[in-house]
Design a protein around this ligand. Structure first.
Ligand SMILES: O=C[C@H](O)COP(=O)(O)O
Length: 259
């Protein structure tokens, strides 16, 4: 069981990606709502990120529950001719409290740049939403010893212009790209080492006090069987879960492991 510092309450995110039918999303949300026990909810923040068309139904299902609803993406402009995009105010209207920005699938499948990630981070914070900023190295970058440099670079570019007083609304998700959806996980030692380096990068950007308060999640094939070991790292403050977030029992087991 992790020992969170007083200022860092564990944060578990469930990224449902482009999965589930509307009915299945509603059912999963209801199971999570009913399964997050009082003792657990007092000790862990939980956010789920359903697909865009399911946001309203999931937000409705989770109304009054401690589980927050986040969007997997948003555009930074307030309105206009941006076909297919969704504004932050549209999301707020649905009861969405946070946005996931910079996920590796958006960076590497859909070609989002660090500059676009930064625009989204700034706009989401300005709009009053929380942000989960995902960063992480590719396999060849890790093999070339560039893990910490890649993460520090994505972090600095993603947070450019974010003032220290807004940092508390940012959760960083460290997701080694080679571990996402592959069944391969970073070892607990490698995850902790990467998280510690990310925190050092935050210290250099914002100073020790602000950096100490930032939650850094691990993402990449986290499951009930490995969550406890991964979450035991001193700088591992939660998880961003993909595949295992689609089964309520698995996700709730991970939430319990973080509590
Ligand atoms: O956002 C979640 C991550 O991409 C992790 O996905 P995964 O748990 O399926 O590896």
């Amino acid at each position: 069981m992790p020992t969170p510092t007083p200022t860092r309450r564990p944060h578990i995110g469930g990224n449902w990606k482009m999965n589930l039918t509307l009915d299945a999303a509603r059912s999963l949300a209801a199971a999570l709502r009913d399964g997050v026990a009082g003792a657990t909810q007092d000790r862990v923040d939980v956010t789920v990120f359903p697909a865009m068309p399911h946001l309203a139904a999931v937000a409705d299902t989770l109304k009054g529950s401690p589980i927050a609803v986040g969007a997997q993406n948003a555009y930074f402009q307030p309105d206009g001719a941006f076909t297919g995009e969704t504004s932050l105010s549209m999301l707020s209207d649905l009861g969405v409290a946070s946005v996931l920005v910079g996920h590796s699938e958006r960076r590497h499948v859909l070609g989002e740049s660090d500059a676009l990630v930064n625009e989204k981070v700034l706009a989401a914070l300005e709009a009053g939403l929380d942000v989960t900023l995902a960063i992480g190295e590719k396999l060849e970058q890790r093999e070339n010893g560039r893990t910490d440099a890649v993460n520090a670079g994505q972090l600095a570019l993603g947070l450019a212009g974010v003032p220290a007083e807004r940092l508390a609304r940012v959760t960083v998700a460290y997701e080694p790209v080679w571990a996402i959806g592959t069944g391969r996980t970073a070892s607990p030692e490698d995850a902790q080492a990467a998280h510690a380096a990310i925190r050092r990068a935050l210290v250099s950007l914002y100073g020790a006090d602000a950096a100490a308060g930032v939650r850094i999640q691990y993402g990449g094939s986290m499951k009930p069987g490995n969550a406890g070991d991964l979450l035991a790292g001193a700088d591992v403050d939660g998880g961003l879960i993909g595949g295992a977030a689609l089964q309520s029992t698995d996700f709730l087991a991970i939430v319990s492991a973080a509590a």
